[in-house]
Design a protein around this ligand. Structure first.
Ligand code: SF4
Length: 479
């Protein structure tokens, strides 16, 4: 297997298994496990490969993808060959997205329509002709959608989270359709939200499907124009049509149109034939870590601090899950792992095991409110040690983070960890940080400070703390 060309390694590329991205600590290889799901044995295998072919650091991205760091030109070919041979990744050729959909790691397959799961954990591909899980066929845009109807029309089972549709089956149908559409940008994202407690409102998407009643959904384009409502059984067809029309429009100006949000409102409206709808009512933010009851079993949702952990740590956790008989692990967009199919006692035991390694097991952990990229020394573009400084800031700002403050620490202006605005954004510049209040890394700064000055001036009673209160980003002292 030949090494990737310089072109495929250019910065800004959306990395994948076959097309790694060059970073300060070697190549970053992004994995897309089939169905965003692994067994404990597969997680242990990936941890071993990360230690052998990379620098032993594993990340989970905010889109629920896994990344190995520190891979080299020499180690990459064997790593890829092993990942493909052992079916640890679901890689396909081409420049389009490797994975389109984002689904809650706690979503459950509906079970009232006779739909079956593949015998392999994590495989929920959809064969429309049979209406059963299986390899995605070439006619999925037509048949897969009709096949999906059989699943989505059944009442969802009691999954404990109140989902109104089978989000996993819908996502599988959309993935199958999307693979047939050429010209989609690599970062194209579709949020599939079952409408229950595990809200995905916080994640941006080019397209968003939200269940608003049993088996009924609304669809948003670029998170700005809403359409519907429509039966969930028709959602995959509508999404496939919108994707295909977008790809055609994009082909006329690929350098200007990278995402749905680059289209004007009238162009967006032309992508969907449905009537305009109201945006659904926003739901409370979901818990992002801890113990969850899912129908007749439980899940342990574990967060990796700032989305990163050592391979040895994940190996220990996977070993513990294996001993407890955990059947599947889903990758979480809250930058962690959901260990599912456990008894309440076993899920609690696993959370305790994770906590001893410093992983996140409680939803009130301040680190969950902090986004940070790798920073220096891992990234060659970094102008500050973002991840290390984020850990210190999370400690010092814990009360404010618990009160709802959102913090983004970026090693440079590229803002890999979070392109959107946060209450407080710190952008590395020459070893210090530009301080942005209520904006993104590209907005104007109110000051440029080193970490020590930041830690002081963000304390209650100090000027930056007061500015956050004045900007409505923090509540002030009660009088
Ligand atoms: S934002 Fe962070 S990870 Fe991205 S290029 Fe800058 S320093 Fe590197």
């Amino acid at each position: 297997m030949s090494a990737p060309s310089r072109d495929t390694l250019r910065r800004g590329w959306c990395p994948s298994t076959l097309k790694p991205m060059e970073t300060g600590d070697g190549w970053l290889v992004r994995l897309h496990p089939p169905g965003a799901c692994l067994t404990p044995a597969q997680l242990r295998r990936i941890a071993a490969l990360a230690a052998r072919h990379g620098n032993g650091l594993i990340e989970i991205s905010a889109r629920g993808n896994m990344q190995l760091r520190g891979v080299t030109a020499d180690s990459h070919p064997e790593l890829v060959a092993t990942l493909l041979a052992e079916r640890l990744v679901d890689e396909h050729e081409g420049d389009g997205p490797q994975r389109l959909t984002l689904v809650s790691p706690l979503a459950q397959l509906g079970c009232h329509s006779g739909a079956s799961r593949s015998e392999e954990p994590g495989i929920h591909e959809y064969d429309g002709a049979s209406g059963r899980a299986g390899p995605s066929g070439a006619s999925c845009i037509q048949d897969g959608v009709h096949g999906f109807r059989a699943q989505a029309c059944g009442l969802p089972r009691n999954d404990g989270l109140g989902d109104l549709i089978d989000a996993l089956a819908l996502a599988a149908a959309i993935e199958a359709c999307g693979r047939e559409i050429a010209g989609l940008p690599a970062k194209f994202a579709i949020v599939v939200d079952g409408g229950g407690e595990s809200s995905l409102d916080a994640f941006a998407g080019d397209l968003r499907i939200v269940a608003i009643a049993p088996a009924r959904v609304v669809i948003a384009l670029a998170d700005s124009l809403w359409f519907g409502p429509l039966p969930a059984s028709e959602a995959a067809a509508v999404v496939a049509q919108a994707m295909a029309r977008f790809a055609v429009r994009r082909a006329r100006a690929p350098d200007c149109i990278r995402r749905m949000g680059d289209l004007a409102a009238d162009e967006l409206a032309a992508l969907c034939d449905l009537p305009v709808a109201e945006a659904p009512v926003a739901r409370p933010e979901p818990r992002r870590a801890g113990l969850f009851a899912l129908g007749d079993s439980h899940a342990a949702l574990v967060g990796l601090p700032f989305g990163r952990a050592e391979a040895a740590m994940l190996d220990r956790l996977a070993q513990a899950a294996e001993r407890l008989g955990c059947p599947e692990i889903r990758l979480s967009p809250w930058r962690g792992l959901a260990f599912r199919g456990l008894s309440e006692g076993d899920a609690t035991t696993l959370l305790e095991r994770a906590a001893t390694d410093g992983l996140i097991t409680r939803d009130d952990d301040p680190r969950l409110s902090v986004q940070a990229c790798a920073g220096a020394p891992a990234c060659s573009r970094a102008q500050a040690p973002a991840m290390a400084d984020a850990a210190r800031l999370a400690q010092v700002l814990a009360p404010d983070l618990a009160a709802g403050l959102t913090l983004h620490v970026s090693g440079c202006v590229k803002s890999c960890a979070r392109p959107a605005a946060s209450d407080l954004t710190l952008v590395g510049e020459g070893g210090r940080y530009r301080v942005v209040i209520g904006g993104s890394a590209r907005d104007s700064a109110v000051a440029t400070l080193d970490l020590s000055a930041l830690l002081t001036r963000l304390q209650p009673g100090q000027d930056l703390h007061a500015r956050l209160i004045a900007a409505g980003r923090l509540s002030g002292p009660t009088k």
